[in-house]
Design a binder for this molecule. Structure first.
Ligand code: HEC
Ligand code: HEC
Length: 412
């Protein structure tokens, strides 16, 4: 009976430990962020989620220029050849991104390589960037012969600078917010933008070293998520013809790396409609992305379970807690019913025979004989509880496991 005695205590200990470890891990992330201005890139990577930016805006692909800054489309079915072998790269390696790279991955799909966008829908980035240059604004005012206080000019320039940073962080009406860009990323990006806009007082260009996963985050959130939902089933060939766009999970699950890279960098025809035919793809050709930058998308960031971390231990305990629930939801009824079958167990439910009989004021054997109704009620109540425990177990195991596999933010 010792073992069953220990069950409830074990439950509690594992639950508390799991909760503590999970929160301890988050806490240490928070502390890290405080200690240095720039936390290691890996700790901030979050998986892409939710509908595409087009679907978020309720825009049809054909009615918008969003994501089409490449301005280039794939071959017609007649022109297309076999996919070419990608250039070699080392998956998992960290990389150095310049401001130009950050622009390419996060902005170019809409604003074009030149920063000019596609007005009127997509405004040029250049005027705001130029407005944030003290030297340019001064020259302009001098040219227009508009006298202004130096303090006023400085204030105006600072305002433009802040507005630019705010715009990148929060987005606009049709521009998505870039929550995944850190202040330091925006600084590097800003230096590049000032060069793009030919500001005479451009700050020094700098770089960011990023992990493989972080690189994927830039590409997927900065480019692919404009058109592709994060998750979803494959649309039918008829739906594709009507304009449906497959989700990122479908792309990654169903395309071998070579076809994947080829589709993105060089374009490939699509099979659509019923009866189905080959059509020229509608997706722009992202000729300016490197093979490695496309391949990285095939491994969605954050989906790997890190068992050897504190929260990995937390996950094991949560899964253990669910399993314990299953075991006890089975063990208790067996023990209870076994009492009727003499020779197996002694019918103790949770605490052991002695304390339970003490609380009942009688022995189980006597209760069974003298008050069969109460006896039955007790047994049925316990059975009901076990059923609930089983449901809890299913929920615990399901939620913990699938959230971890899906790379939910709180999962390891
Ligand atoms: C999905 C398309 C899209 C992407 C990606 C995008 N933008 Fe925009 N951007 C827009 C649109 C559309 C506008 C016009 C205003 C609006 O609708 O929000 C805009 C406006 C701007 C403006 C304001 C121009 C003005 O004068 O008001 C700036 C600056 C800008 N974007 C910078 C950026 C930078 C920097 C990036 C990369 C980090 C970026 N954008 C990525 C779509 C995009
Ligand atoms: C401007 C919208 C747009 C953007 C941005 C975009 N795609 Fe697509 N993508 C499409 C459309 C539309 C299709 C459907 C096939 C077609 O018509 O070309 C598609 C299809 C695909 C396919 C083939 C899917 C299949 O299995 O049939 C792959 C692979 C793909 N996209 C990868 C990407 C990646 C990776 C990115 C980011 C670098 C990206 N796409 C960005 C619009 C876009």
């Amino acid at each position: 009976m010792r073992k069953r005695h220990a069950l409830p205590a074990l439950f509690l200990v594992s639950l508390i430990a799991a909760a503590t470890l999970l929160s301890a891990d988050n806490g240490s992330r928070g502390r890290q962020a405080n200690r240095s201005a720039v936390p290691p890139a890996d700790s901030i990577v979050t998986p892409v989620a939710g509908p595409s930016w087009l679907n978020h805006l309720n825009l049809k692909f054909s009615d918008s220029s969003l994501g089409r800054g490449a301005g280039l489309y794939g071959p017609t079915p007649a022109e297309s050849g076999t996919p070419t072998v990608p250039t070699s790269f080392v998956p998992g390696q960290s990389r150095v991104l310049t401001g130009g790279d950050l622009y390419r991955l996060n902005c170019q799909a809409c604003h074009r390589a030149e920063g000019t966008g596609s007005p009127p829908e997509i405004k040029s980035v250049l005027s705001l960037v130029q407005g944030s240059s003290l030297e340019l604004v001064r020259r302009q005012l001098r040219g227009e012969k508009k006298p202004a206080q130096p303090a006023t000019i400085r204030q105006q320039v600072t305002q433009a600078h802040n507005e630019l940073y705010r715009r990148i962080r929060e987005g606009g009406q049709r521009m998505p917010p870039f929550a995944h860009l850190q202040e330091a990323d925006i600084d590097v990006l800003y230096a590049y933008l000032t060069e793009l806009a030919h500001n005479p007082d451009s700050p020094r260009q700098s770089q960011r070293t990023v992990s493989w996963n972080r690189l994927g985050e830039h590409v997927v959130k900065g480019t692919c998520h404009i058109c592709h939902d994060a998750v979803g089933a494959r649309p039918t060939e008829e739906a594709l013809l009507q304009g449906a766009i497959p989700s990122l999970t479908v792309l990654v699950a169903e395309n071998p790396q070579v076809t994947f890279i080829s589709k993105v960098r060089r374009g490939a025809p699509v099979v659509m409609g019923r009866p189905s035919f080959h059509y020229r793809g509608r997706m722009p050709v992202f000729y300016y992305l490197q093979d490695a930058e496309i391949a990285v998308d095939a491994t969605a960031p954050g989906t790997k379970v890190r068992w050897k971390s504190l929260s990995g231990v937390g996950l094991v305990l949560l899964l253990g807690y669910g399993t314990l629930n299953v075991v006890s939801a089975l063990a208790v009824p067996i023990a209870l019913e076994a009492r009727a079958v003499s020779g197996l167990g002694d019918g103790a439910v949770l605490l052991g025979t002695q304390p339970e009989e003490y609380m009942l004021g009688t022995t189980y054997a006597q209760l069974h004989q003298k008050n069969p109704k109460l006896d039955k009620l007790l047994v049925d109540t316990m059975l009901g509880m076990c059923a609930q425990m089983m449901a809890m177990a299913a929920a615990f195991l399901g939620v913990a496991w699938f959230a971890a596999r899906r790379g939910a933010r709180w999962a390891p």
